[in-house]
Each structure stands twice: as C-alpha cells, then as structure tokens.
Design a binder for this molecule. Structure first.
Ligand SMILES: Cc1ncc(COP(=O)(O)O)c(C=O)c1O
Length: 396
C-alpha cells in the first residue's frame, strides 16, 4: 500500500516542493552562526518565564492546564491590544486573534484566502517560510522586487495593470514585511506604504502585513500599514518571538471583524492556552517597554559591529543595505555563487544563509547571502565576517 495514494492532488503537488527548512544547513560545532535568525541565549528571559509559570500555577492551580485555560488568556489579548494601540492600531476583541506565532497566522490567512486558482504577490526576496506556506496552497506566486525603500510598488502597479489588461487573475493577497524585512533588513518608505494601500483599493486585494520585527527599530518605529489603513484591507500579523521568546509561539492577527471569525473557525485548538497564560503572567511582571528598549540598544550595537566588519573585510567585494532595525543584513557579492561557497565557509568556521532560498526564482539569489547579527556575540560577529572575507577572496 502506498499511503501517498490517499493524498488529494493539491497535497501531492505541494509535497513535490523542497521540504520545509531545506535552507537550514547543518552547522558544524564551533562554527560562528551568522545564519541564525533567532535571539542569543542570554537575550531570552528564561528565569523570568520560570517565575511567571510558577506564579501562574501557584495562583490558578490546574486551571491553565485545561482546554479552556486560564482567564489570563483574555488578559494576554488585552495586553496585545494595548501594545497595538500604542502604535496607532486599534483592535477590538473581535478584530484580534492570538495564534501560535506569526507562522500560524500566515498559514491561517493563506488557508482562508488561497486555493490553487488564487494568485498571491510577494516581495523578492522574502521570508522563506512564508514562501513555503503559500506554496502549500497555490503555485501562482508573483514576485515583485524590493530595493532600499522596500517593496517596489511602482513595479507592482505595472504588473497589476498588465494582468488586468490581459485578463489574467489578479492577486487576492499581497504579502509584505514593511519593517526591517527578512532577509534584506530594508524598511518600506511611507510614500510606498500609501501607494500600496491605494493599489489595494484600485485592484481589490488584501494586504498581509508581517510585522515580526516591527518593535525592534533602532530609531523611531515607522507607522504600520494597519495604522494607515482606512478600508479594512490590512491583516496585520505580529509576534512576541523577537521580543520575548520564539519557542513560546505567541503571535496574532489584527484585522477586520468580518475576517477574524473565519480564521478562528479553522484555528480551533491548534494553539497553546497554557503558554498563552504563562506569557500573560510574564507580561504582568515585566516592563516590556524597557525590555524592548534594552533589546533594541543591544541589537543596534551588534548591527553596527557587523556593518563595521563588512566595511573592514568585504568593502571591495560586496555591497549591502544598512538596516534600521530587526536582525538581518543582506549582502551582494557579484561574481560569487553563495550556495556553492557555503561548504567552504562552514569549513572555515562561519555560517550564513545563501540568497537563493528567499526567491521563488532561486537563480535571482545566487550572488546574495543573509547575515544575522541577532545570535552571535560582538566578538564572533567580527571574527565571522573576517573569515567570510577570506573565503570570498579565495572564491573570486
Ligand atoms: C518575517 C518573519 N515573519 C514571521 C516569522 C515567524 O515568527 P513566529 O516565531 O512568531 O512564528 C519570522 C521568523 O523568523 C520572520 O522572519
């Protein structure tokens, strides 16, 4: 018996793609991890989370461990509403859904909006796990380039106009990461944000605004698309992975009350009430504003260290965008195939993510790589870039 013969056609098609996480290379012990897009051990508040869980169980006994969970789940929703409100995003209770991380939020939105006939537009390059999710639902993915001001909305408009003229299906959804984009670190200009919102009305699409890094701005936090939206077209996805702990899997979707119940319908019990109540208890006892400020200062220092090291060791061979927040620096090395170079870099002691994985058309990413300053410490960052510089010079 072949179990796969039971799978529906769409599932079989999706399973023909690269398996999830194919971009995550095995990193040898001792290698400097400039590939890892997650916080360093010391930046995860393990002790505080331990005390929050103990306090929760002391106060509520077994309650948080049941299906319905603790009343603190509602509290978490209020805490998130407050944070959204402080950034100009108003969300009533029926306009907000807590999810198991931003990833579940993206998957739920894709599940509700996309089928094999649907078209989705994404930035090129973009977050590779979102590409994996969209490809589970449709193969009709249009890539729109990105530059130092974010998604090139002028190009999007050209594509939309062409498709309309030729009677082709228009996108139902545009996926964008306007703040400190993964992988490029770029931020969408406010003119382009306005343009994108105007296009969404003209061409009648919804916008999935992935704001996973939005709070990690080294300066002013830019105004979100959601805060600028007057037509309920933006589904704003956020996460506490980058400011608290990714393993807790707490994210959300803020959007129209016409849309949120449909997402809740399919989410069912696929999130984690116990962890949500721990998060609420943690947020009760911590000053998140202050913690975020500390994280931003730390990441800003680490980013500067990475940029300075690139100037020192790779300025003749490579170019890059200087991010204003987030975790990543996107580096272009003309004449180098970064996928082929990776084994040499790993062997020499530094890991990065080759650019190809962030594109639908992987060839577009050949000369790019993503470096992250979130995980490695300052000394490792500098050493890692020095090693990378040597490997690049040997490769060229
Ligand atoms: C752009 C982007 N969106 C979403 C996520 C996933 O976030 P979460 O851990 O909340 O699922 C990440 C994580 O790296 C990301 O880079």
């Amino acid at each position: 018996m072949n179990i796969e013969s039971f799978f529906p056609k769409d599932i079989k098609t999706a399973l023909e793609k690269n398996p999830p996480g194919a971009w995550m290379s095995a990193v040898p012990d001792g290698c400097i991890r400039l590939n890892s897009g997650y916080p360093a051990t010391g930046l995860v508040p393990a002790a505080e989370i331990k005390s929050a869980s103990a306090r929760l169980l002391d106060e509520e006994k077994d309650l948080p461990l049941h299906y319905l969970g603790s009343p603190r789940i509602d509290k978490l929703k209020e805490q998130i509403q407050e944070r959204l409100g402080s950034r100009g995003m108003h969300a009533e209770s029926d306009e907000l859904l807590i999810t198991a991380g931003a990833c579940q939020a993206i998957d739920l939105i894709a599940r509700i909006l996309l089928d094999a006939q649907a078209v989705v537009a994404v930035e090129a390059p973009t977050y590779m796990e979102a590409l994996e999710v969209f490809q589970n639902y449709t193969s009709q993915i249009i890539s729109i380039p990105i530059d130092d001001k974010g998604l090139e909305t002028e190009q999007l408009e050209t594509v939309l106009a062409e498709r309309k003229k030729n009677g082709l299906t228009l996108p139902r959804l545009v996926y964008t990461i306007p703040n400190f984009q993964n992988p490029t670190g770029t931020t969408m200009s406010s003119d382009r944000r306005e343009h994108l919102l105007a296009l969404s009305k003209t061409y009648d699409f919804l916008i999935l605004e992935d704001d996973a890094y939005g709070e990690l701005s080294f300066g002013e936090i830019p105004q979100t698309l959601k805060a600028m939206d007057t037509d309920d077209r933006v589904l704003h996805v956020g996460s506490l992975s980058k400011v608290v702990a990714p393993g807790m899997r707490i994210g959300w979707i803020a959007g129209s009350s016409q849309f949120i119940p449909s997402l809740a319908w399919f989410k069912k019990d696929l999130d984690h009430p116990f962890v949500q109540s721990i998060m609420a208890a943690y947020l009760e006892q911590v000053n998140l504003e202050q913690r975020t400020k500390q994280l931003k200062d730390k990441y800003s220092e680490k980013c500067t260290r990475l940029i300075n090291a690139l100037e020192q060791y790779l300025s003749d061979q490579a170019s890059w965008y200087v991010p204003e927040g987030g975790y990543f620096v996107w580096v272009k090395i003309p004449g180098v195939n970064t996928t082929n170079m990776l084994p040499y870099a790993l062997n020499a002691g530094v890991a990065y993510v080759p650019g190809q994985y962030f594109f639908m058309n992987q060839e577009e990413g050949t000369e790019y790589l993503r470096l992250s300053f979130s995980y490695a410490d300052e000394r490792e960052i500098e050493k890692g870039v020095q090693i990378l510089g040597e490997v690049v010079k040997e490769t060229l």
